[in-house]
Design a protein. Sequence first.
Length: 257
Amino acid sequence: MSIDVTRDGAVAIVTVNRPEALNALNLETIQELRSALQAVATDDSVRAVVLTGAGEKAFIAGADIKYMSTLTVLEARAWGALGHACASLLESMPKPTIAAINGFALGGGCEMALGCDIRYASTKAKLGQPEINLGILPGWGGSQRLPRVVGLGIAKELIFTGRMVDAAEAARIGLVNAVFEPEELLPKTLELAQQLAGKSPSAMAFAKQATNLALQGSVADGLAQEATLFAALFATEDQSEGMGAFIEKRPPSFTGR
Ligand code: DAK
């Protein structure tokens, strides 16, 4: 098994554990990752998910180049679909996902981080889309998600050159939300994950669904969806609890109902 799933209360920590290959994703690992993400996505006791890599050096150094080197066109299609499924699960599961980028996040690794809602990095992190140097392009969502995160001009520069950025530059261009010393990365990520896990699950799910629409379709369609989701939350106990707690000057206790 190259994917570990552990729990810290309502937070699931999904760790890619193949450090001998810098956590590169081969067929077995990406299939296991997809199963693990499907499981945490549908487990109501999980309210936030952290994705990270085992060892000191890498988050995920990419898709496994040795595995990819022999793919036919049809196999490459299936391979692309597997990576798309994982990144889409991270992006669309109805609970927050946070990447704890503890080292190299290259190619498919950067694309998994881009699928997450929030990215925290260690000072040792290096991110990039080096596929151009292998004669291919980012195939697990990078061509679409990187421009949405850092803007089209910077994304094109990174994808066309294949150059890596360090953690400081990644923070400056908005590719990661914050940077921490290596030993602080997981504690800080878990602190955030626990904070998010304590929010109303339904409000969180709808907030994620609504913000995901921000860069898709028209503003008018997005506003219409926002209005529907907003109104629907007034049918939940969590809305009464959240507002009641404010009025009664006490912390809220959300149940997900
Ligand atoms: N794949 C396979 N093995 C990898 C790997 C990778 N991506 N990255 C590292 N490794 C392995 C190395 O081969 C080495 O194994 P041994 O040779 O010892 O058996 C071990 O991990 C340690 O790596 P190094 O010895 O190279 O370590 P260094 O510290 O010297 O260098 C490095 C670290 C991260 C700079 C270097 O390993 C490196 O450049 N790695 C490759 C990074 C990279 O290019 N990543 C992007 C992969 S391409 C698509 C679908 C998906 C994709 C594209 C298209 N379609 C369907 C269209 C996705 C593409 C990618 O992700």
